[in-house]
Design a protein around this ligand. Structure first.
Ligand SMILES: [Cu+2]
Length: 120
């Protein structure tokens, strides 16, 4: 194979790996309240998810999964900062809960995850 052709292939592969538009802008959680694995006291929790980039609040979702398996959609606060997804969860029974989040970042990519926490 011609050496310049090989170099072109290597450069193309490197470009795919480092393209900042596709590599760095996905919304990833920087910090959360409650934190994953946390135990909270009382029946109300102020949910606050902080991401590494701006998110589209209208196309992002929060779902609470109860200890008995029931799921409940939470309405994200409309006045949240551009890189946060916040909501209030009330009347939580004691037990193991799971907060499921799905966000659309401004680069058009969807990310999702679960935050398990316990209500004591
Ligand atoms: Cu992305």
């Amino acid at each position: 194979m011609h050496v310049f052709f090989r170099i072109a292939i290597v450069l193309f592969a490197m470009w795919l790996l480092v393209d900042p538009k596709t590599a760095s802008a996905h919304a990833i959680i920087v910090s959360s309240s409650p934190a994953a694995g946390a135990t909270v006291t009382g029946d109300a929790v102020a949910i606050r998810l902080h991401f590494n980039s701006r998110i589209d609040h209208a196309r992002s979702k929060l779902t609470l999964l109860a200890p008995n398996g029931a799921s409940q959609a939470l309405t994200p606060a409309s006045d949240s900062p551009a890189d946060e997804l916040n909501a209030d969860a009330t009347r939580l029974s004691t037990g193991a809960w799971r907060l499921r989040w799905q966000v659309l970042s401004v680069d058009g990519h969807i990310t999702r995850g679960d935050i398990p926490f316990t209500v004591h």
